[in-house]
Design a protein around this ligand. Structure first.
Ligand code: ADP
Length: 380
């Protein structure tokens, strides 16, 4: 394209910006636009309210010019790095796929947590000539989440400690350490011990939720091989599958690397395996993984009670449990799948379910495979 044409196109863009300005000024979310050099060319009133910077302070400056100083939730700088969402979307020409939380600097030096979405501004000829960022103040929302997580973690901890003691004493009495126990007494004590186990499982779910909410935004991807992680889930959950007589198998490939957080990925797989065992009375549970194109596919299949298609979406809602005579007998809180869904989304993946009542269920997670660094050991 000749230089003159470029000026005409960019001139048209800028005059359009002027006519949009009035509309954007009245929007409650912060909206700012940059040109292709990331110089701010539009800054609405909500941006001023959230950050304290007026248009006069900021128009014409580069968004990375020591003003907003975006850092991620762990405090790592984002400006002028390949993790800056706006810079990335302007390089790739692709809008950010989901909103992200960052800390921005206010004019008075304090920090505000904002949830932002970004998109490139693209001309008809496909050229990126600017970027747009929309953000809102999420400080109170995140503070509330932190308070909720702290509260959950404190009460689960405070309830678990005495529960462990109660169960310990019940076991001692049942074992005859406090004198002889007749059959009726032993039955009553065993029921009390089972209720301790039920309560323990509920507290485990709540503490999982607390752990997830407390660390949801401190996500730093590492290279994770899924195979040992799945093997660990198999070893640990064999102890739950064995007493039910379930055939618990694995079909695992060579190393399968994804970029993510190993603890959270384990938490997701463990929730699916635990459900498969809980909701299967006889038959099998199979944990498998394989590469498929640029994705890693983890699947957890069972021969259990199954799920009807109209429940597929609802089961991922927090605290939702299918209400039937079988699930009522199984301890649960309706928290597990909502956490799994969030963990998978954090990894840029998807989760799906195929099932029919009475015919078992298959939960399938797909997560993008990692780009392996050149010094990664070769597959055996
Ligand atoms: P919980 O198991 O604690 O109730 P989840 O969020 O893990 O909570 O699951 C939500 C609901 O989805 C469960 O209550 C159950 O009704 C259904 N569900 C989950 N996994 C399975 C499965 N493998 N087979 C049948 N139903 C399942």
């Amino acid at each position: 394209m000749i230089e003159e044409e470029r000026h005409v196109l960019e001139g048209t863009f800028l005059s359009n910006v002027k006519s949009f300005r009035r509309i954007l000024l009245s929007i409650a979310d912060g909206v700012y636009m940059t040109d292709r050099d990331r110089k701010i060319i539009l800054w609405n009133r909500a941006c001023e309210n959230i950050t304290g910077f007026s248009s006069k302070d900021i128009l014409g400056s580069k968004c990375s010019d020591n003003l907003l100083n975006h850092v991620d939730m762990q405090g790592n700088p984002l400006c002028e790095t390949d993790r800056c969402p706006l810079q990335q979307c302007m390089i790739t020409g692709v809008p950010g796929d989901k909103p992200v939380f960052v800390r921005a600097q206010r004019r008075d030096g304090s920090r505000v947590i904002v949830e932002l979405s970004v998109a490139p501004i693209i001309q008809d000829d496909g050229k990126v000539i600017g970027g747009i960022e929309v953000f809102r103040d999420a400080t109170i929302e995140l503070e509330m989440r932190e308070t909720k997580a702290r509260f959950l973690s404190a009460i689960t901890h405070d309830l678990k400690a005495p529960l462990t003691v109660i169960k310990g004493f019940l076991e001692l009495v049942l074992a005859g350490d406090a004198g002889g126990v007749n059959k009726t007494q032993a039955d009553f004590l065993s029921s009390a011990r089972e209720e301790c186990d039920r309560l323990n499982k509920i507290l485990d779910d709540l503490s999982d939720l607390a752990r997830f909410e407390a660390t949801e935004f401190s996500f730093t991807p590492q290279l994770v091989d899924l195979v040992p992680l799945l093997q660990k889930a198999h070893t640990i959950f064999s102890f739950e599958a064995a007493p039910k007589g379930l055939d618990f198998k694995t079909v695992l490939p060579q190393p399968l690397y994804v970029a993510g957080d190993g603890d959270r990925l384990y938490q997701a797989v463990a929730n699916l395996v635990s459900n498969a065992i809980k909701y299967t009375e006889s038959g099998f549970v199979c944990l498998s993984a394989k590469p498929a194109g640029d994705k890693a596919i983890i699947s957890v299949q069972d021969s259990g009670i199954g799920i009807s298609p109209e429940e597929y979406e609802k089961i991922f809602d927090q605290f939702y449990r299918i209400d039937n005579s079988i699930t009522q007998k199984v301890v649960g809180t309706g928290i597990g799948l909502s956490i799994v869904e969030k963990i998978v989304a954090m990894h840029g993946g998807e989760i799906g379910v195929h099932s029919q009542p009475g015919c078992g269920s298959t939960f399938e997670i797909s997560i993008p495979l990692a780009q392996l660094p050149p010094d990664t050991p070769p597959e055996n």
